[in-house]
Write a protein that binds this ligand. Structure first.
Ligand code: SER
Length: 316
């Protein structure tokens, strides 16, 4: 029997589109989706799905054996805002799921792992503009601490046990298929939904808060290209940049399509999280090593988001 690829956390914002893309490229039967709960109809109907708790190593191993899994994409995680509310649960999920998968690779049950890191590994002491690949990493959030620890463990397992684990420091990801949940960069998705539904959005970040962002199609391309590449020089986590904008700039873009749109601001505790993260990212190592480039700028992603989120005339 041919080997398969397992996505853990397949029903989340990135997991859903990653699973669908991998199925389109490699065939539905070779991509096994799993999550703690069921996902969208499109995901559930396009291939095998297993209920799986990412913190249960035996359960992961059982599915690996049942489906002859060779590669794992571990996408299950608690994001920055939720992790501040539930630090113990965030540490348990973000760390133990990674340990289980790294150990399963060390024990040779699987041969390759993808694990997402984040711009949250950076902190207030990190250079904020064009943040380098290697720089000061002193995160001030629970989420950032878990991602930084995870990066160090990936590096450790690569160096000590030759585990092929690859990672990207995702910026905020903008998409229309599946909502994000519990993140600080989520405003950049929510703003589109509210603009289309009510012509109005109250933003929890200040108008000039720049954050690195990426459109989903680019994020998926980066993830799959990194896993396919044979020119990797970094088994910790690659910076990938792309675009960077603030709430005022994205609101200006949206107004070009929805002139009535109005944004107002009611800043809350999430501002402090955003303020500790970079404005923009230097991703030259990813560009050199595996030819990473992004396609969508702020104009292109705004156009695509509005096109896909606006109910079509036929359905009214
Ligand atoms: N999107 C994440 C968050 O906001 C950052 O990686 O928590």
């Amino acid at each position: 029997m041919n080997s398969t690829t397992l996505i853990i956390g397949a029903c989340g914002q990135i997991g859903t589109e990653l699973t669908l893309k991998l199925r389109a490229v490699f065939g539905n039967e070779s991509i096994i989706a799993s999550d703690i709960k069921e996902g969208s109809d499109e995901l559930m109907n396009s291939g095998v799905f297993e209920i799986l708790d990412a913190t249960n190593k035996e359960a992961i191993l059982k599915i690996i054996k049942k489906h002859h899994v060779d590669k794992v994409y571990l996408m299950a995680a608690m994001l920055s805002v939720t992790a501040e509310k539930y630090p113990d649960k965030a540490w348990d999920l973000n760390m133990n799921s990674l340990f289980h998968v790294l150990n399963l690779a060390k024990e040779k049950h699987i041969s390759k792992v993808f694990w997402p890191s984040s711009i949250a590994v950076f902190g207030n002491t990190t250079p904020r503009i064009n943040t380098p690949q290697e720089t000061i990493t002193e995160p001030s959030t629970v989420y950032g601490i878990s991602k930084l620890a995870g990066e160090r463990w990936c590096d450790y397992y690569y160096n000590h046990f030759n585990v092929d684990v690859r990672s990207i420091r995702y910026p905020g990801i903008i998409s229309w298929k599946t909502l994000p949940g519990g993140g600080t960069t989520d405003y950049a998705v929510d703003i589109f939904h509210k603009a289309i539904e009510t012509n109005n959005y109250t933003c929890f970040l200040k108008e000039d808060t720049n954050l690195p962002m990426l459109y989903m199609e680019d994020a998926i391309k980066a993830t799959i290209d990194l896993m396919q590449s044979d020119k990797i020089n970094n088994y910790t986590a690659y910076n990938i940049g792309g675009i960077s904008f603030n709430p005022m700039q994205i609101a200006t873009e949206i107004k070009k399509h929805i002139p009535e749109f109005k944004i107002n601001y009611h800043v809350d505790f999430r501002q402090e999280i955003a303020d500790s993260w970079p404005d923009s990212i230097d991703d030259s190592q990813a560009r050199e090593d595996w030819n990473w480039f992004h396609k969508y700028d702020i104009e292109a992603l705004t156009k695509d988001m509005i096109k896909n989120l606006t109910p079509s005339l036929e359905t009214i």
